[in-house]
Design a protein around this ligand. Structure first.
Ligand code: SF4
Length: 316
């Protein structure tokens, strides 16, 4: 262990407006409709959040068919395909959509490109729920690329009619390289005016870069299936420090700090602050004597609850 160990907290970190809204939607649904409330997929990718809601009567499932007809069902912040939405209505579910408005914006953009006759390329991670949802919102030709190499092997009907959108939680560096490769291969390619990478992802990645310049090692608190948390760890490593993704304080290994006196801490957009506090407590047990928080941009952004829920609130 280093001497005079210090913890430095990134700012901003943790919950974004989309996650705050999604959790608020489930909590409000519990109040307004009573338990059980069903949620298709994990509302946000964090086990602590899921567990806290489960004990209050929320049932999380990946199998929509298992939800009883008529049940109040919240769709997760990551968004769903048209097929899932239609199946939910066919099954008679009372749907409350917690899709983050910034994900919906990407859906609409992809649909616009498709209607204008463009083949849509989604830059993102194959198999991630957000990408699956966006993919399933496009009626025309659509493909997913996850790397510069994937761009080289893309097969398109007309190279002059290609457009791209991106997953909201990628790393800025990865997207830049893939967008560049798309432009090289398809000089007429269309894409969004501004990156689809959301403000929260961008701010948290910038904060990790600032943090990396001040510390020897970075701990990113986040679930293993949290895409934006995984990207924060990568950004830390790419900035030249060792970086570890941990779900909570129990996963900390003291060996990581043998030659470190300054330990950086941040958290993904779906990580509750209570887990960060737990990590700081553990670091203090391991010898950290001082905790400093870096100044960062303040995030005033909030999203309105879905109209259906607001109507129900008014009539309650
Ligand atoms: S990370 Fe961005 S896109 Fe995802 S829920 Fe949060 S604000 Fe929305």
């Amino acid at each position: 262990m280093g001497v005079d160990m210090q913890a430095v907290l990134a700012n901003p970190r943790g919950f974004c407006a989309g996650v705050v809204r999604a959790i608020e939607i489930v909590e409000q649904a519990l109040v307004l409709y009573g338990a059980p409330i069903y949620v298709l997929h994990q509302i946000v990718h964090n086990q602590r959040v899921i567990h806290d809601l489960e004990v209050r009567g929320v049932v999380f499932t990946e199998q929509m068919q298992s939800i009883p007809s008529g049940a109040v069902t919240v769709l997760s912040a990551h968004g769903v395909s048209d097929a899932v939405m239609e199946a939910a209505h066919r099954q008679g579910l009372e749907v409350i959509d917690a899709t983050c408005p910034l994900v919906t914006k990407v859906h609409l953009q992809a649909q616009r490109y498709s209607k204008e006759g463009y083949e849509v390329v989604i830059i993102g991670h194959r198999g991630h729920v957000e990408v699956e949802g966006t993919y399933g919102r496009v009626r025309g030709a659509v493909q997913v690329v996850g790397s510069v190499e994937d761009v080289a092997t893309l097969q398109v009907a007309d190279p002059r009619r290609v457009a791209y959108v991106t997953q909201t939680t990628l790393s800025l560096d990865d997207t830049r390289a893939i967008v560049e490769a798309m432009k090289q291969r398809f000089p007429d390619v269309r894409g969004p005016e501004l990156s689809d990478i959301c403000y929260a992802t961008q701010n948290r990645q910038n904060a990790v870069r600032t943090l990396a310049a001040k510390v020897d090692v970075i701990l990113v608190v986040g679930a293993r299936n949290s895409s934006n948390s995984a990207r924060l760890r990568e950004v830390g490593e790419m900035s030249g420090v060792s970086a570890y993704l941990i779900q909570d304080a129990d996963e900390i290994s003291p060996d990581w700090f043998v030659r470190s006196s300054r330990i950086g801490v941040t958290a993904g957009a779906s990580t509750p602050e209570v887990l960060v506090r737990g990590v700081l407590d553990r670091l203090q047990e391991l010898g950290v004597s001082q905790i400093e928080e870096i100044e960062g941009v303040s995030e005033a952004i909030t999203f309105r609850l879905p109209a259906a829920l607001l109507r129900r609130q008014r009539s309650a």
